[in-house]
Design a protein around this ligand. Sequence first.
Ligand code: XMP
Length: 326
Amino acid sequence: DWNPGNVIADQVERIRAQVGDARVICGLSGGVDSAVAAALVQRAIGDQLTCVFVDHGLLREGEAEQVERDYVAATGVNLVVVDAADVFLDALDGVSDPETKRKIIGREFIRAFERAAADVVAQASEEGAKVGFLVQGTLYPDVVESGGGSGTANIKSHHNVGGLPEDLEFQLVEPLRTLFKDEVRAIGRELGLPEVIVGRQPFPGPGLGIRIVGSVTRDRLATLRRADAIVREELSAAGLDGEIWQCPVVLLADVRSVGVQGDGRTYGHPIVLRPVSSEDAMTADWTRLPYDLLAKVSNRITNEVAEVNRVVLDVTSKPPGTIEWE
Ligand code: XMP
């Protein structure tokens, strides 16, 4: 019988056997997979594990704090936080092409992670220990997909935060390799991880960087963060988190439209809602959200987010649309 307690006990044994007394490093992205993989390894080897969280400044409202505070409180893990927002935003300055954004974010991520990892290695060697392993939150579908050569990778050069730095010599620890997402969530809950992390819907590695159509600036990020937080809050309040696969919220930063507020004319940006239903993100349909909910979200965004004067709903399936706009 499959049950999370058995999987945890089994993996704890395997991880201990694989790692011995070496030190281990793990990149946390804020997502479910790396969080659960790290928590499993922490359960197995405690202080031999150090996690590294590169904050690229492209996360949604509250997500960095959830890793830095709530996740650490729940697991007791050693965490190194790299605040790299300035580096990422400088590198992204003036860039609007989606694939170029992904490449820059991927490159800067690896640089920041490698620097932090080198510090962890140096620290360990001062203590006479060796860092020999890197934890990856690879799931079964990832294994199948990379072996089977799926189509999407050719359409968008997916960059997964937590990706393997090339010139660091680590062996991999992949405790989730035989598991599906719902099983990973069950294990995360059994390990006592915060529901905001375990229940999180898929979120792309490049984060809000590919949800601003146009170049990425601090102001635009702040605008999108506010709108996205409202959408997530209302979807949760309506009890609809289980219905949707994910709901990208996109800022059309290079588009303006005329609106009216009080006695005045406005000239603001549109926010796009992209709620989708899907089994595996390879195909998707747009989710028929209740009109009342859409009305509430629209009212709140246009009232509470100054730069936004229009909310539009994406009613395209995948294909031909992709889930993200970039
Ligand atoms: P698309 O937009 O290709 O998205 O229909 C399919 C799924 O992949 C996610 N996605 C990404 N995930 N790095 C990631 O880690 C990326 O660059 C990336 N682009 C898209 C998207 O959120 C959806 O779940």
